[in-house]
Design a protein around this ligand. Sequence first.
Ligand SMILES: CC(C)(COP(=O)(O)OP(=O)(O)OC[C@H]1O[C@@H](n2cnc3c(N)ncnc32)[C@H](O)[C@@H]1OP(=O)(O)O)[C@@H](O)C(=O)NCCC(=O)NCCS
Length: 189
Amino acid sequence: MYYGDLVCLRAVEASDVDNLIEYYNLLELRRFLGVPLPVSRNYLEQWLAKRGDSDPWADGLLELSITDKQTRESIGLIHLEHIIKPHNRAEFGISIHNPDHLSHGYGTDAIRVILWVAFNILGLHSIYLDTMADNERAIHVYEKVGFKRVGILRESEFLDGDFKELLYMDILRDDFARANPGFSVRTRP
Ligand SMILES: CC(C)(COP(=O)(O)OP(=O)(O)OC[C@H]1O[C@@H](n2cnc3c(N)ncnc32)[C@H](O)[C@@H]1OP(=O)(O)O)[C@@H](O)C(=O)NCCC(=O)NCCS
């Protein structure tokens, strides 16, 4: 369990599928997360079980549930994937599922927590991500925690009938320390 100011990041449980199935098929969420085709409970259960059981070193993936620290409610997923030695590099991703939970500070807190884990527990050095270049809220949060813009893939994501830009960002261990002075994961709520 890794505690931030608002969230606790914990191992994925089978019951997390209830939150996922309720919101994951909302187009307003899924349009930010790749090809927005409907997904079934059966698919999500198997997908979640596989990702939840992954080992960061053997499988290159750490998937965690974002929960509200006070209520313990499951509110989203966050991961590091394509974890590669000896480069100590990984790709980052996040989704908070219920639209009512967006812009309440959970995302910023959860990202700080997983980056702290990446740099201080997994010993990673560089984390990168891609995002739709029009996902302004996500980009604002990523820059707030220290990610830098490193490039654009032009006309590379087909969405809403058009080819859109994908923005790549990355953060190094020192960038994180500079942008989040004194931040540390708590061991208790
Ligand atoms: C992106 C995401 C993780 C951010 O988490 P969040 O909990 O919603 O964000 P926070 O509440 O921590 O912070 C939101 C910030 O964005 C700002 N913001 C909100 N809407 C914005 C917009 N349209 N443009 C720019 N900034 C915006 C808020 O003012 C706030 O900034 P501040 O703290 O400096 O005032 C979350 O919104 C999410 O999961 N979205 C859906 C899926 C997604 O986009 N995932 C990322 C794919 S790359």
